[in-house]
Ligand binder design. Structure first.
Ligand SMILES: [Zn+2]
Length: 65
C-alpha cells in the first residue's frame, strides 16, 4: 500500500492520504488513479505549485477550495 492516492481525473485532480482515508473518499470509484510513496511528487502536484487539491476528508490541511 502506498501512502498517497492521486486522482488524475481532470474534473477532480485530488490527492488522498491512505492513512487518513474516510468512506467519503470513495477511492474505489476513482478510475484514473495513481498510488505513490513519493512525497516530492505530491508536493509538486499540490497547489499553488501544481493544480491538485488535497482531499477535504483526508488531506484537509492541503484542501484549498
Ligand atoms: Zn480523501
Amino acid at each position: 500500500m502506498k501512502a498517497y492516492v492521486i486522482n488524475h481525473n481532470p474534473a477532480s485532480k485530488e490527492i488522498h492520504r491512505r492513512d487518513h482515508l474516510t468512506d467519503n473518499c470513495q477511492i474505489r470509484e476513482i478510475k484514473d488513479k495513481e498510488e505513490t510513496d513519493d512525497y516530492n511528487k505530491v508536493y509538486r502536484l499540490l497547489k499553488p505549485r501544481g493544480s491538485y487539491n488535497g482531499c477535504y476528508y483526508c488531506y484537509r490541511n492541503q484542501h484549498t477550495d
